[in-house]
Structures are given as C-alpha cells and as structure tokens.
Design a protein around this ligand. Structure first.
Ligand code: NAD
Length: 495
C-alpha cells in the first residue's frame, strides 16, 4: 500500500489543487518507495499564505511564555520519538542512524532553547533626554515567514527557523526540500500535537521554482529564511527584492582543515575523516580541503589513505555503516563529474574515485570516499563546492601560507586548525575569514545555542542559532512615554 501524503493548510490536510504528486524514494535502495507527496503550485501557496496571515493576528497576541510552553511540548515529543524519526530520516535521505539521531537532537535542543527564550525576548530600557519621560525598545513579531530548507538536515534546519519564528509570534509557510518531505511532515504533525493553533504553521510540498519561488514573490510574505545553495540563494535574493522582504540566506561552503606540524596527528586524522566523509560530505560545513604542513605531509597522507579506504559504505540503517549514499542520482552525478574534472586538471587520485558497487550497494546512490593530491589552489576541485565525499589536499609550509590558502575562496562558513601551539591558534582565530573557527575540532559540529552562519558568499550577514536568530525574526520598536503632563520636544527643549 503506497501512502499518499498531503499539505497542511489552515490546520487541514489537503491535496495539491492540481491533484499531482511526486515520489520519494530511499537513496540506499531506490526500489523502496517511501510515499507520494503533493506536487503543489502557486495556488496552494496562496491558500497557505492567506491562512498564515489570518492566524498571525491572533498568534501575535499570545504571550511569548505561552508560545514557549508549546515549544517545550514539541521538544518533549521529539525526545519520545527520537529513534523512530531518525530511522525514518535515514530511509529518506541516507545518512547513518547515529547522524540522523544527532539531527533530531538538534531539533530538541532548539525547541528547549526557544521555550526558554519565551521568557526572555529581551528588549532594552534606556534613559530619555527629557525629564519625566520613559524610553524603551521592544521586540515585535513581523508577520508571515516563508521557510525554505535543504535536504541534508531535514529536521535540524527547519527547527532552527520555524521554532524561533513562531516563538517570536510570526506565522509560517514552510516548503521543505523535495528529497525530505516525510521528516518535514513529522515535524509539523508534532507541532500540531503540541498545541500550535491552526494556520500558524502551514506546510506546502513541491519544487523550488514553483512552490519556493511563489513564497518568495508573494506580496503578503514578510520575510524569507532560506538555507540552500549559493546559486539559488542569489536568484532568490533578486526575486525577493521586488517586495523588499527581509531575507536570511545560509548558503554553500568550501571549508578547510589546517593540520600544522605540531598537531596531534591521531586527533587530526579523526577530525578529517569525520569532517570530510561524515554525512557523505553532504554538509554545508563539510571539510572539502585539507591544508597539510609539509613536515608531516607524507606521514599524515599514509594514515589518511589507510583510514579512508577502510571506511564502511552502506545503508545507514545497518550497524557498522560509516558512509551512506549520496542523496539522489543527480548529486552522485555531480560528485562523479567533479572527480573527472579533478583528473583532467592534473590532480592525482589516491583513494576512491568511483561509484561504490559492492555487496548490497547496487540499488543505492553510493560513491567511494575520495582523496585527491597534487591539487593546486586554482583547480576547480579546490574552489567549488562539490557536496559529496571528495577531499582535496593542499601542501603548505607555514601558518601564514595555510591561512592564506584557507581564505582563498568565495565562501566563508566553517574552518578548523589542528595545532598544539596556543599562539598559532589565536592567530588563526584572528585571521581566518569564516563564520565559525574550530581549534582541534573538525569543521562540523555546531551547537544549537551559538551563532551559525558564514561570511562572504556563504550568506548575507544574518545568523541562525542561539540568541542571534531572534534578531532576524523580530522587529525593533522604539517606545517613548511622556509622564510630565507637558508638551516636551526632544532636541529642542532639552539643549
Ligand atoms: P538548493 O539550493 O538546491 O535547494 C534548497 C531549497 O531551495 C530547496 O527546498 C529547493 O526546493 C528550494 N529552491 C530551489 N530553487 C528555488 C527557487 N528558485 N526559489 C525558491 N526556492 C528554491 O540546495 P540543496 O541541494 O537542497 O542543499 C544543498 C546546498 O545547501 C549546499 O550548497 C549546502 O552548502 C547548502 N547548505 C547550507 C547550509 C548553511 O547553513 N549555510 C546548511 C545546509 C546546506
């Protein structure tokens, strides 16, 4: 029996108005159909925005601590259902079970953070220049938030956006990635179960250029929170400018790990294996460049190639699997094409470089963890985001050269340096141009309560996570209260 799922609009489960659906399949076994999901269009977005707009007028008046109580319940339900959701997520997008459990855990952490923020949402009071006058700035909700997300963190990324949006008093129209509709549906079901009123969170499935763009261009959507590729982010930003929306963009990366000659090499090896091949390299923070000091180059490369070729590729639900499949056929083709580009450019393969086709892998989008040496900084494999299990090695002679190579990219999301010299660590913290710098930690592993985002073409200056995301989802309102009983004029009466 094939399950057919629906959109959620104004608290009701409904088909796309076109009646069309699309298939969602397991990337580790394409014979396994997870379900049929609505192939929605602009007309469905219009209905969802109408519902969100109407719900906003009531939701904005619910006290923030009460909104926080609902977020706490969402967190509790996620805790109870963590394993089941993680298994479902692995089936849907392929990453190994321990990672999908981590993905749900980020949602849990974000829910509890939002619950506590309901009792903060701090404003400011400041003195007025005039006697008997009070001045303050308060946060107010903005309106309808369009939430557009990628497939690589199907639970965590939507929660980073939706929880602070609704906690702040906004309502939501949510379009998840087409590859991960089931996890999105589960999240929204849980929010309804926890007590989110009808119309506050609306879910519309479908493609980016149809559903996503209809949300972006809709005159009644006030803000857009988008995570995805830099190319789509640029297009989206142009399209949103017609209605002058507030837009938060979290985009691509070309992250690097530096290993200095004084580093603990075993630690650095664990870091690079996890950073480069965790989530099959499909993280915005994945390590796709390794900048290796020449004094430890040969020794470290022997260790790296040995570990890389032993990684166990397979279905993420099976115990012992370390690397799952690429998310879909097109992503694997992209990986394959970059491997060919690397070879044409003159880089040398020292591990992987092929479709993985061993036992049990024949019906999934698997690719071998791949390592290139003899890479120069101008090669495309050293410059462009691949979003797969491909690591390029660059040789370096000094800290200055390492940091210069690190910064030689249009992106600026995550960065890492392994060194036992505290002076070098602090120079790196100062000089690396990235939103996140890790010392003796791989480029992946952000915690939910710290600012998350990048510089340069990784974004447009906003941050998710922790307290910083609440700046995006609220508007500052300045308030003046004159209790003098007189007509007082600022600037003129005061000086
Ligand atoms: P993508 O840009 O192809 O799609 C992201 C979302 O945008 C999807 O829901 C898609 O349907 C939608 N979309 C596509 N075209 C659209 C349009 N014209 N208008 C509106 N919406 C549109 O990205 P992806 O393949 O899903 O995800 C991988 C990318 O996401 C990588 O580049 C990765 O680095 C990036 N990413 C960034 C972060 C971050 O926080 N910086 C986190 C995760 C992933």
């Amino acid at each position: 029996m094939i399950r057919r799922y629906q959109n959620l609009i104004n608290g009701k489960w409904v088909d796309a108005q076109s009646g069309k659906t699309y298939e969602n399949r397991n990337p580790a076994n394409w014979d396994e159909l997870i379900g049929l999901f609505p192939k929605s269009g602009k007309e469905d977005v219009d209905e969802a925005v109408k519902a969100a707009r109407a719900a906003f007028e009531k939701w904005r008046l619910v006290p923030a601590p009460k909104r926080g109580d609902i977020m706490r319940k969402v967190g509790d339900i996620l805790v109870d259902r963590k394993m089941e959701i993680a298994r479902e997520m692995t089936r849907e997008m392929g990453k190994v079970l321990s990672e999908t459990m981590g993905d749900v855990q980020e949602g849990i952490d974000t829910a509890y953070y939002a619950a506590s923020e309901g009792r903060r949402l701090f404003g400011r009071t400041v003195p007025s220049e005039l006697p008997d006058k009070f001045a303050m700035a308060i946060r107010v909700p903005i309106g309808v938030a369009g939430i557009i997300t990628p497939w690589n963190f199907p639970m965590a990324i939507p929660t980073w956006k939706i929880f602070p949006a609704v906690l702040s008093g906004n309502t939501v129209v949510f379009k998840p990635a087409t590859d991960t509709p089931k996890t999105a549906l589960t999240l929204v079901e849980i929010m309804m179960e926890a007590g989110i009123p009808e119309g506050v969170v609306n879910l519309v499935f479908g493609g980016g250029s149809e559903v996503g763009n209809a949300i972006v261009e809709h005159p009644d959507v006030d803000l857009i929170s988008f995570t995805g590729s830099t190319s789509v982010g640029k297009q989206l930003s142009r399209n949103a400018s017609e209605t002058l929306k507030r837009v938060s963009l979290e985009l691509g990366g070309k992250n690097a790990q530096i290993v200095m000659d004084d580093a603990d090499l075993d630690l650095a090896l664990d870091g690079i294996i996890w950073g480069a091949f965790g989530t099959t390299g499909q993280r915005c923070t994945a390590t796709s460049r390794l900048i290796l000091h020449e004094k430890i180059y040969d020794k470290f490369m022997t260790m790296l190639v040995d570990r890389t070729t032993k990684l166990k590729i397979g279905d993420g639900l099976l115990p012992g699997t370390e690397v799952g499949p690429c998310v879909n056929e097109s992503q694997r083709k992209t990986v394959q094409s970059y491997v060919e580009i690397g070879q044409r450019e003159g880089a040398t393969l020292v591990a992987g470089g092929s479709i993985a086709s061993g036992n049990g892998l024949g019906k999934g989008w698997f690719y071998e963890p791949t390592v290139f040496v003899n890479v120069t900084p101008t090669m495309r494999i050293a410059k462009e985001e691949i979003f797969g299990p491909v690591l390029s090695i660059l040789r370096t002679r000094s800290l200055e050269e390492s940091i210069s190579l690190m910064n030689d990219t249009v992106y600026g999301l995550s960065s890492s340096i392994y060194t036992s010299d505290v002076n070098k660590a602090f120079v790196a913290i100062r000089d690396i141009k990235a939103g996140i710098t890790y010392i003796n930690v791989p480029t992946i592993g952000a915690e939910a309560h710290l600012p998350f985002g990048g510089v340069k073409q990784t974004g447009n200056g906003h941050r998710e996570g922790g307290w910083t995301v609440y700046d995006f989802f609220t508007e500052w309102k300045a308030v003046y209260i004159d209790y003098s009983g007189k007509f007082q004029r600022a600037q003129i009466d005061n000086y």
